[in-house]
Design a binder for this molecule. Structure first.
Ligand code: NAD
Ligand code: MG
Length: 407
């Protein structure tokens, strides 16, 4: 009985003692770093099959050498010859361009870690559904842009989607063993970001240097800006809607500056189950990677007496309009959330280049959403990758046009 557990589906599973084969899409990023740290700490449990990167060929070459991955793909075509040369003494196959990344995503493995940032992760995530049994999903944008398509394809292909985002992983853990019908509310916590206590006037003047100083988490630049605007929490509410079969009005956001509670589920009997831990992505990643069990990690252990206080606040939608816009998008459906995501990726890029103000970002996203809602038929939803690309392309070109008209 000891090594037998009840899986989330209610099925009885006996764990395999075999080494788990994994592919890491976005291996050179922050989630990639944390995933590779777990592999390095548990070298007997994981065999890395394929790794991909965007443009950092030096880092990808080191990862390929350290892991012994058989397939190594870099999206930036200009870096392929460097990568081939750097790995010439190894028996791995080196691929390049978007097609190379897709090919790497299609290599059979037991688990894919989907951790490319942004819409660029959608194609590889869909491709991975043909290759893996478990999809550990960090790339929230793929659910925001085409959540019904991704979850529908996963179900069709018998792939289990494991939420890797810390809030969703917490909620997934809190739901284990319970019926969705007994859930009253699902709560995502938000740190509040670096501007939680700033006035609207001060936030209006904030630049990328201020916004990149996240109080609790160390992450890639895009998600760090999304955390400062609270768009990250908006994207996560949409992500939760696709991962867990609950109504929109059962999804709640609470600001919790210490980031110790990552997510909670309230049940019809008044019980609330939460997952707590130090804010370190290695915990939710390890939870996915060890599914359906757990593995030991080097994460700092939680001491509640050391922290002494856990505090909670309502999110302020006046100072953080991106959360309001994302919730509006959720109510409108997949087309709207795709438009919001595409526009958001563009405005974050311009904000990072000091080409757009903090509140300029939400103004542009809101304008693109209004334009897109007039342009596309919402009732159809998004049923193909090509459709997702069309709507994303519209959002990007409109956002760029509006920003150019401002400067
Ligand atoms: P990051 O910027 O550190 O890394 C992104 C990865 O994607 C890199 O490997 C990069 O090379 C690759 N990439 C970028 N553009 C690409 C392209 N066009 N084609 C192929 N590859 C490309 O980002 P991150 O912080 O690791 O976040 C990755 C994803 O995980 C995001 O969707 C983010 O929202 C999600 N996430 C991150 C964290 C975190 O703590 N960092 C937590 C929860 C969820
Ligand atoms: Mg998160």
């Amino acid at each position: 009985m000891n090594d037998t557990t009840i899986a989330p589906s209610g099925a009885t599973q006996t764990p395999s003692e075999n080494v788990r084969t994994i592919s890491i899409l976005g291996a050179t990023g922050s989630i990639g770093d944390s995933t590779l740290a777990i592999v390095a700490h548990q070298p007997d449990r994981y065999k890395v099959i394929a790794v991909t990167g965007g443009s950092n060929a030096e880092k990808l070459a080191t990862i390929a050498r350290n892991t012994g991955a058989q397939i190594v793909a870099i999206a930036d075509e200009n870096k392929v010859s460097y990568l081939k040369e750097a790995l010439a003494d190894l028996p791995c196959e080196v691929l390049g361009g978007d097609e190379g990344v897709l090919q790497a995503a299609r290599v059979p493995c037991e688990m894919t870690i989907s951790s490319i940032v942004g819409f660029a992760g959608l194609g590889p995530t869909l491709a991975a559904l043909d290759a893996c049994r478990y999809l550990s999903l960090a790339n929230k944008e793929s659910l925001v842009c085409a959540g019904s398509l991704v979850m529908g394809e996963a179900a069709k292909k018998g792939v289990t989607v494991l939420p890797l985002d810390s809030e969703h992983n917490a909620i997934h853990q809190a739901l284990l063993g319970d019926r969705i019908a007994d859930v009253e509310m699902v709560t995502l916590t938000a740190s509040g970001g670096p501007f939680r206590t700033w006035s609207r006037d001060d936030i209006a003047k904030a630049g990328p240097a201020n916004a990149l100083k996240h109080p609790n988490w160390s992450m890639g630049a895009k998600i760090t800006i999304d955390s400062a605007t609270l768009m990250n929490k908006g994207l996560e509410v949409i992500e939760a809607h696709h991962l867990f079969p609950i109504r929109h009005d059962q999804l709640d956001v609470v600001v919790h500056p210490q980031s110790i509670i990552h997510g909670m589920v309230s049940f019809v009997d008044g019980a609330v189950l939460a997952e707590l831990g130090c804010p370190d992505m290695r915990t939710p990643i390890a939870h996915c990677m060890a599914h359906p069990h757990r593995i030991e990690t080097e994460v700092e252990r939680l001491s509640l007496t050391k922290i002494s206080q856990l505090t909670f606040e309502e999110p302020d939608l006046e100072r953080f309009p991106m959360l309001r816009i994302a919730k509006q998008g959720l109510a409108e459906g997949d087309v709207a959330t795709n438009l919001i995501n595409g526009a958001n990726e563009v405005v974050v890029h311009h904000f990072l280049n000091e080409n757009l103000s903090f509140y300029g970002m939400s103004e542009v996203v809101e304008k693109v959403l209004t334009l897109g809602l007039n342009q596309f038929n919402l009732s159809e939803g998004i049923t193909s990758y090509e459709q997702a690309v069309t709507i994303d392309g519209f959002a990007r070109s409109e956002a760029t046009r509006i920003i150019n008209s401002l400067t």
